[in-house]
Design a protein around this ligand. Structure first.
Ligand code: TMP
Length: 234
């Protein structure tokens, strides 16, 4: 196993199979493009528990993902994909940077889901991109973008109901996509409270990484609450 990439919350290693990679979930948490950093014992396992549970449900819905199989508490075998350098953010409710961009109150419900694209470039601070920017950068074709936004909205529709059945509101989340060896688009990366905003449906309590970003409470208590509720349901 050779390390080939280390991100803020995950590491990637090669395997004996050139078409497969090993993804390790770390206990580290960062915010504000790495300016705020900490580590929480067990966060890697909790996020992998949550991400596997969610990806399994999405696979049942016919959504193609990079997951192959979980190897242990923090490691996952995935298909090697060519990651499209876009962070695809889907929003149902105003929060975070959309509150700052539009001036609407946090909690304002959008009439329809909003899809935004950010350039996955830490050195640039992951700037937001228009479709014309994406065309100039040539990081995805029009057809791929159409597939990506359709898949994103399909994932959103399913997850609103899935979390909703556990008394959790899906406010917004971030997805990443990759190209398989035959060029087809697969859902990649992870879906966890690191990259979703999840609020308790009754109290509005933040159960996601905003607890760390904004010092709103013990991070892992929120993650354990989400996992417990979803496990109770599935
Ligand atoms: P934002 O409101 O800060 O733009 O975040 C929108 C969603 O994207 C939120 O669920 C958190 C997630 N996100 C990431 O997964 N990675 C990031 O680097 C950022 C800034 C947000």
């Amino acid at each position: 196993m050779e390390p080939i990439y280390e991100g803020k919350a995950k590491r990637l290693f090669t395997t004996d199979n050139p078409n497969e990679l090993l993804m390790e979930f770390k206990d580290d948490a960062t915010a504000f493009n790495g300016e705020k950093k900490s580590s929480f014992a067990e966060k890697g396992r909790l996020n992998l528990d949550l991400s596997c549970l969610i990806f399994d449900e999405l696979a049942k819905q016919g959504i193609a993902t990079h997951h192959i199989k979980r190897l242990d508490e923090t490691r996952l075998l995935v298909k090697k994909v060519d990651i499209i350098p876009l962070e695809v953010v889907i929003r149902n409710v105003v929060a975070g940077s959309l509150h700052k961009r539009l001036g609407y109150d946090e909690g304002h419900v959008l009439d329809a889901p909003l899809v935004e694209y950010y350039y996955k470039r830490d050195d640039l601070g992951d700037p937001m991109l228009t479709l014309d920017h994406i065309a100039i950068l040539d990081v995805a074709t029009d057809a791929e973008l159409k597939t990506i936004s359709e898949l994103g909205l399909q994932v959103n529709e399913f997850l609103i109901g899935f979390f909703g059945n556990s008394g959790i509101r899906l406010i917004d989340f971030k997805l990443e996509f990759g190209r398989d060896t035959d060029g087809s688009i697969l859902l990649a990366d992870e879906i966890s409270p690191d990259n979703c905003r999840l609020w308790d449906a009754t109290s509005g309590e933040r159960l996601d990484k905003d607890r760390f970003r904004r010092d709103l409470g013990d991070l892992l208590d929120g993650y354990r609450e989400i996992l417990g509720r979803l496990q109770g349901q599935s």
